[in-house]
Write a protein that binds this ligand. Structure first.
Ligand code: ZN
Length: 246
């Protein structure tokens, strides 16, 4: 049963933060996510997380024209995070857990060749919901793994299956996304956005620069702390300093 993966091999983390958190993430990733989306983030001195399948590098995929090797160093120099999305863009449900883990390892090895000294710290599951055993395998390699679910993380989150909100699903309805930013602020949660290409003529899995800018501006104005996934997790893991009045 697909829904069951949510309940097994959990790595719970209590989301406790005075300042709500937002992360912007891009899967696969299309060049436009860095060239257009990344430039917009940089304009606000912010970083995003790019979940790369190195097996897609230089290719055309349903989500657009993929990144090329030079993009990886540019991305890191600009302060973004490079995350893992398996080498072969393996379907999280249809792929056997062994093969799925092998593709994680293959992606890490490919990265070591392209960017010596760089390693992936976080992960996003391609296409579907992961199997329970796949969650268990992925957990060995990353500080956290992101799925979908169209919501934010509050209360107790599962680091092996963090919730994310795919922006393209509301690309004709920015108000819904703004309401979610407000809900996350009130809950003092961690809202992770995800999408693919950012282009004037987006694929069904991407959104326009105008929409992305609109959401980014609103997120910045909401007072949330906007950080790449690995850094947001560090913030959540750092106990806040309590000043004693006595
Ligand atoms: Zn993907």
């Amino acid at each position: 049963m697909r829904g069951s993966a949510r309940f097994f091999f959990r790595r719970p983390l209590a989301i406790r933060t005075d300042i709500p958190l937002i992360s912007f993430t891009f899967d696969d990733f299309p060049r436009s996510a860095l060239q257009t989306g990344g430039a917009m983030l940089k304009h606000y001195a912010l970083g995003g997380t790019y979940y790369a399948s190195l097996g897609l590098m230089g290719r055309r995929a349903p989500t657009g024209t993929m990144f090329i090797p030079e993009d990886l160093n540019a991305l890191l120099e600009q302060g973004h995070e490079l995350g893992c999305h398996t080498f072969g863009h393996c379907h999280a449900w249809d792929t056997k857990p062994d093969a799925f883990e092998n593709s994680i390892i293959e992606n890490q090895q490919a990265l070591r060749k392209l960017c010596p000294g760089v390693s992936f710290r976080t992960f996003s599951y391609p296409i579907g919901v992961p199997r329970a055993r796949t969650k268990q395998r992925a957990a060995r390699h990353f500080s956290c793994c992101r799925g979908g679910g169209q919501t934010f993380n509050a209360g107790t989150a599962d680091l092996n299956y963090l919730a994310a909100y795919f922006l393209e699903k509301s690309r004709d309805d920015p108000q819904t996304v703004k309401n979610l930013i407000d809900q996350n602020r009130r809950a003092r949660g961690w809202l992770i956005f995800a999408t693919h290409d950012i282009s004037g003529d987006p694929t069904p899995w991407g959104c326009s620069p105008h929409f992305f800018e609109n959401i980014l501006q609103y997120a910045v104005g909401s007072g949330a702390r906007i950080l790449p996934v690995a850094q947001a997790l560090e913030v959540l893991r750092t106990p806040s300093f309590v000043v004693s009045s006595s």
